[in-house]
Design a protein around this ligand. Structure first.
Ligand code: SF4
Length: 357
């Protein structure tokens, strides 16, 4: 799939985003950042789920002061989310943060903006400009009457200009809206005029179920245009779920290397096994597999192997037994009780073969 490569590559800790790099998965902690122990535990859970960059809220000095203590105990690059207060930004930078999210136009006096930019430059820390349809500048709202894609891009360009005037170019931009068509339009327009990596998100998208559908619809449309360097799914749920949804979405577009995919049938009257339970178990199992393997789980052997020709490995249920197949060819019969275990062994074998390549 086409993927926008002409953006400026930007380093966030040990990860490079933009340019030729893959789309990077982000999430945000829900803990109080000053609670170092809880925050570290959540960051580690996110990393284990496949999150590559984690943002933490930095609403006060206690949070900013916690950053060096958190940094010492985690591996993923951290982003500090700061609104307005340049002192918090300076404290986070001093504490070793890898990126800050702050809108320079909201910082206030020129000297304050300069102080933040200078500190970021010295340490090679990028700045994310976060435009949100719900909090556009008053003059932009007055100009357009309500939040529009043009207004969002104009806001982004305003903040970008402030940084560029200070010869700062390690910039990442997001243009979030909770309205899906508006977000699609804003990102599409932004990609035409903004040469920096775009961080994707549909903000306040909802609960695990509705937010997943909404985010997949919006971000899927944006990704399909080749747009996006980093991605976050915003859910009213455990942030680990955000990471899982991100991964699945990227997989759907072939943008997640080294991730296994599940193909499972919708079931019908021909079903011979407890497919839903098995599919969930296999899905959980392959979420940890780091190889681009397609695994298929089918309810019956009538259409099974044929329906999953593209799968690298799979099972099709039969009465009391299952058929194990590889690339559409049956390799052997296995008893129902051991079917899932046999499939897992074959998945491991394939993953190992892939590693040897
Ligand atoms: Fe029905 Fe079998 Fe197809 Fe599943 S694989 S949908 S059970 S015919």
């Amino acid at each position: 799939m086409y993927h926008r490569t002409e953006t400026r590559p930007v380093k966030v800790g040990n990860i490079q985003i933009g340019g030729n790099n893959q789309v990077v998965i982000q999430s945000m902690t829900t803990t109080k950042t000053h609670d170092v122990e809880a925050t570290v535990a959540e960051i580690n859970r996110l990393e284990e789920a496949g999150c590559q960059i984690v943002r933490v809220a930095c609403p006060d000095m206690r949070a900013a002061e916690a950053i060096p203590h958190i940094k010492k105990q985690v591996n993923v690059p951290l982003v500090a989310d700061i609104h307005f207060d340049y002192k918090l930004a300076l404290k986070a930078i001093e504490g070793g943060i890898d990126k800050i999210r702050i809108n320079p136009g909201n910082i206030g006096r020129r000297e304050k903006v300069e102080a933040v930019v200078k500190a970021c430059k010295e340490r090679g820390i990028p700045i994310r400009i976060g435009v949100n349809a719900g909090s556009l500048e008053k003059r932009i709202l007055e100009k357009y009457g309500y939040p529009t894609a043009e207004g969002m891009v104009e806001s982004a360009l305003y903040h970008i200009r402030i940084l560029e005037e200070l010869d700062f170019h390690d910039i990442v931009v997001s243009l979030k809206a909770s309205d899906v068509p508006l977000a699609i339009e804003a990102y599409t327009k932004a990609a035409e005029v903004i040469p920096y990596p775009l961080h994707l998100g549909i903000t306040e998208s909802g609960t695990l179920f509705s937010g997943t559908v909404k985010s997949a619809a919006g971000l899927g449309a944006i990704l399909s245009k080749g747009i996006g360097s980093t991605i976050r799914i915003s859910l009213s749920a455990d942030p680990v779920e955000e990471v899982k949804v991100c991964r699945e979405l990227l997989k759907a577009f072939g943008l997640a290397a080294n991730a296994a995919t599940l193909i499972s049938c919708p079931t019908c009257g021909r079903i011979e096994i407890d497919l839903i339970k098995i599919a969930n178990e296999v899905e959980e199992y392959i979420s940890k597999i780091q190889a681009p393997i397609k695994v298929s789980v089918l309810g019956c052997a009538v259409n099974g192997p044929g329906e999953a020709k593209e799968a690298d490995i799979g099972i099709a249920g039969g009465r009391g037994e299952g058929l194990l197949f590889r690339h559409g060819e049956i390799i052997r019969k296995v008893p129902e009780e051991t079917m899932v275990e046999e499939l897992k062994k074959e998945i491991d074998k394939l993953a190992e073969e892939y590693k040897q390549k």
